[in-house]
Design a protein around this ligand. Structure first.
Ligand SMILES: [Zn+2]
Length: 123
């Protein structure tokens, strides 16, 4: 994405499988890195003690952790989507909606290369 320098040779929306595969891998790595950071932070905050073992002083940590868990859950969901997009690419069904089977518009894939559903079916 960083090196999209407006070449006239390649019209927007023309994305090769290799490019798509590369952006999916890059996204998966990004997500896994963020998840690892959150997991590491959670372990540090808990001081090695498991979830929900401390009352009182642990309250702030618990509240903070709700936000972290929500982010973590979103990351997991996103990773599932990216993996699904990778599977679709491998199976040759990339760019088609998982729900209704319509072709996902290139503009959408441009923004969300790992989109596995069309705008109508996306939640
Ligand atoms: Zn659809």
């Amino acid at each position: 994405m960083a090196f999209r320098v407006g070449t006239t040779m390649e019209p927007a929306g023309e994305r090769s499988d290799e490019e798509l595969a590369a952006s999916l891998v890059a996204r998966a790595v990004e997500i896994e890195t963020k998840m690892a950071e959150i997991e590491a932070a959670a372990v540090t905050a808990a001081g090695g003690i498991g979830f929900g073992k401390r009352v009182g002083e642990g309250t702030n940590i618990a509240v903070e952790r709700i936000g972290e868990v929500a982010v973590h859950d979103r990351l997991i969901a996103e990773l599932v989507t990216v993996r699904r997009a990778q599977a679709k690419l491998a199976g040759g069904s990339e760019g088609r909606c998982d729900e209704c089977g319509v072709e996902i518009p290139p503009e959408r894939l441009e923004v969300l290369p790992w989109a596995v559903r069309c705008v109508n079916c996306a939640d």
